[in-house]
Design a protein around this ligand. Sequence first.
Ligand code: HMG
Length: 466
Amino acid sequence: MPVVGIDDLAIYIPKLYLDYKDFAEARGIDPQKLEYGIGIKKMAITDTNQDSACMASNACLKLMQRNHLHPQDIGRVYVATESSLDESKAMNSFVVGMLEQIYGEGSFEHAGGIECKFACVSGSYALYDNANWIRAEENNGKAAVVIVSDIAKYDMGSTGEYTQGAGAVALLVKEKPRLMAFDQKVASTTIKNEYDFYRPFGKETPLVNGSYSNLLYLISVRKAFDAYKEKAIKSGLIKLKDGESITDHIDFFAVHLPYRKMGEKALAYLLRHEWRHLPRWKHVIKEIGTTEPQPKDARGTIESILADTQFMKADEQFRRAFMQTSFYDEVYEKKMATSLEASAIIGNLYTASMYMGLRSLLEFEFKKGTELAGKRVGFGSYGSGSSAMVFSGVIESEYKQVVSKMDLDEDVGPRQKLSMEEYERLHRNERAFTDSVVRAHKEFVLVKLGGITADKAGFREYDYVS
Ligand code: HMG
């Protein structure tokens, strides 16, 4: 079976941001809560003339130009998003339309692709499906591009508001990738009908059950991880010796990042789950000084666990104490910390969050001087509603060709800080789309929106501003 994976990835982040200190002051929140409790310093905000389709196109164009790719090299263009523009017309059709302004009318006609939706997890399904398209040798030598692009916008004054963000990541999926080869036959998923976070038709912001969504994320990823573990051991990908945990065989973790702190919590939850039956646990408990609390009903539902306030309080305390131990700290610093850097200056990107985390990990580990070839990255992808996907990949020996050129500061570029007044006007959609805050430069932007007449309603036109 061909070795397939990610060859390169390019990012696009809008040029406006909101500073956490301004935000905290305006909402009467302690800025320390945002900086340390959530882990956010800057939230990326879209301009009036930007949407998820033009961010996706901007990321894809960067990917193509950097790799000297021609449309003929690409057989599939997938877009995974939960910021859809149309119930029927897929976002990748808008993207192809924009790219054809550069590469010529009809230059992508030979290709295919769809828009994928399952909250934040759909990009991972899109990657998996496209990897299998190449493994099945249906690709006629061509690569696939999977673009994850989203705008995380929450109600003003809600607790979700400080987890906002926007951006896109375009991933080049091909045979013999330079960056990372996916491990085969281990990808594992869960799915369940849930209402932790959802956005009914016509609503611009989601309905969120915050604490429920946090716990559901942790439980769903853990369940998918259990299935991954079973497959990894059964297939011989990972061989466990006595006293070992599968987490010892994963060199880096990249998980869905609605906010930076959630990554830290997800790692703590996973390590507790994986370690509590191992000999090392008694040393962890000795360092913490108390035993792990148990819920009244260990087999209860998420609701019953959340309602068990005594347990929830004790468990929060235990989790915080666990996160202070040398055991957690060693794994966190070595295997996760670098993946969280980008999240703190961008915010939630929904489908793109985990892949921005991967990008962050690669760049900052390389800058630290870590040798990455042969290292395994374990991914914990989560989408509300809900589904989780756990999979892994190994960094290839040619990774330096790609990673040595990564520069987050340069890629994010100069950004304009918004005042709270400007931000709130944008949030309320009070500015016309033609009245952008910044002048676009070398990027696609929205230039025309369909009116109300039946034949033009829903039309969106974009131009590349050079
Ligand atoms: P909240 O009300 O801010 O939560 O809501 P909190 O009061 O528990 O505070 C958060 C942390 O700040 C706590 O730390 C506090 O102690 C700390 P922790 O207990 O976690 O260690 N804190 C402070 N720290 C320092 N100084 C202080 C201070 N005060 C408090 N002064 C919540 C947080 C995430 C629930 C909210 O922002 C929210 O609803 N966000 C949107 C939903 C969300 O992001 N859910 C995450 C899981 S679901 C998911 O990831 C899927 C999603 O991406 C959508 C999709 O799939 O499409 C959302």
